[in-house]
Design a protein around this ligand. Structure first.
Ligand code: ADP
Length: 371
């Protein structure tokens, strides 16, 4: 068996999981790095702690989650100095996400100089979206100069659950079209044709698209001009409002879908509206991807909300029987792998995502290692 350590470095946390083959040997989370109340000064200390608490005997690779790979990185990439420099050069595109990944890469390479490191990009799976699906109708010169286009995120998850869906249906991936709905704190929808992404809801950053826990999802850009010019808010404050105080939190004061659902059942009007806005946006994306794909073999729910909320799944697909899409209430409540009635034209699936496992598998594959 080949041991792989998967690291997911965020701005103030590092998540890790050690695999032996596909088995998890250990996992954990170091939080509040460099924050008051935390007991870890920086990422170096966090990684040192993780490594001292983890049995790294026989470690064959470290797989790093990197949020933004820009247009350059479309595959899992073995890390060298040049790769780190190129990921660093993408920081202007992903100022909220890439700095932590760069730090994680640098520290892990210093602490484990003899272990190969692989970068796995959230954007990579979406490299197959055709130009018309990633291009916005803005001044083409400006867009080219500043690398402005849709990149898409959560790619590791969308790719994994699309393949799992094909396996569940007993179909070849190459001939299976799936709409994958990754509904966690962050949320995105992807249209997958034959195992390849052809449309996705997140954009230049993970702020675009669906309504999320604390992120607004798509809004008219004029909202930003208005908040700046008329309300007088500085641009950083607007960004922070849309990313950290938007979404369900902004609408009703709670970003945990469980709490929103409880309040909604109790008739709380703000929670009712927040749920309805969330579902409405989700349905608009599902509708659009039904048309993008033409033939849809499955719609798959994944991540915290997608895996655990029968209410969201039922509401997202309610009334679509004329399109051959339906949810069986008993199967939905039990979160079975397939929650549509037998014989449905489009299957509806619930597939737990496992981004860390996928990162471990891709890291091994990139290095030509066996499981
Ligand atoms: P992350 O994007 O941070 O990885 P997760 O995929 O774990 O997040 O999803 C977190 C979200 O899942 C939270 O909003 C949480 O409320 C939601 N969630 C977890 N369990 C349930 C449940 N039983 N019902 C509804 N929502 C749930």
């Amino acid at each position: 068996m080949t041991r792989v350590l998967v690291l997911n470095s965020g701005s103030s946390s590092v998540k890790y999981r050690l695999f032996d083959g596909t088995e998890t040997v250990s996992k954990g989370l170091v939080e509040k790095i460099g924050e008051p109340g935390g007991n870890t000064a920086d990422h170096r200390e966090a990684l040192q702690r993780i490594m001292s608490e983890t049995d790294l005997e026989g470690l064959a690779a470290v797989g790093h989650r990197v949020v933004h790979g820009g247009s350059d990185f479309t595959e899992p990439t073995v890390v060298d100095d040049d790769v780190v420099a190129r990921i660093e050069s993408l920081i202007p595109l992903a100022p909220l996400h890439n700095p932590a990944a760069v730090t994680g890469l640098e520290v892990a390479r210093k602490l484990l100089p003899d272990v190969p490191q692989v970068a796995i990009f959230d954007t990579a799976f979406h490299a197959t979206i055709p130009p018309e699906g990633v291009t916005w109708a803005i001044d083409a010169e400006l867009a080219a100069k500043w690398q402005i286009r849709r990149y898409g995120f959560h790619g590791t998850s969308h790719g994994y659950v699309a393949r799992r869906t094909a396996a569940i249906l007993g179909r070849p991936v190459e001939d299976t079209n799936v709409i994958t709905l990754h509904l966690g704190n962050g949320a995105s929808a992807t249209a997958v044709r034959g195992g390849r992404s052809v449309a996705t809801s997140m954009g230049l950053s993970p702020l675009d698209g669906l309504v999320m826990g604390t992120r607004s999802g798509s809004i008219d850009p004029t909202v930003i001009f208005h908040l700046h010019r008329v309300a007088g808010l500085p641009i950083d404050e607007i960004e922070s409002s849309l990313t950290r105080h938007g979404g369900m939190l902004g609408l009703c004061g709670d970003n945990d879908m469980r709490t929103v659902e409880q309040r909604r059942e109790a008739g709380d009007p703000a929670a009712v509206l927040a749920f309805d806005v969330y579902i409405r946006r989700l349905r608009e994306f599902i509708g659009s991807y039904l048309v993008v794909l033409g033939r849809v073999d499955a719609i798959t729910f994944t991540a915290g909300v997608g895996e655990h909320s029968p209410e969201v799944r039922a509401a997202a697909l309610a009334g679509l029987e004329p399109l051959g899409i339906a949810v069986d209430p008993t199967r939905n409540e039990a979160a079975e792998e397939i929650i549509s009635p037998d014989g449905s034209r489009t299957a509806v699936c619930v597939v737990p995502t496992d981004e860390e496992l996928e990162i471990a598998n891709q890291s091994r594959a990139a290095l030509g290692l066996a499981d």
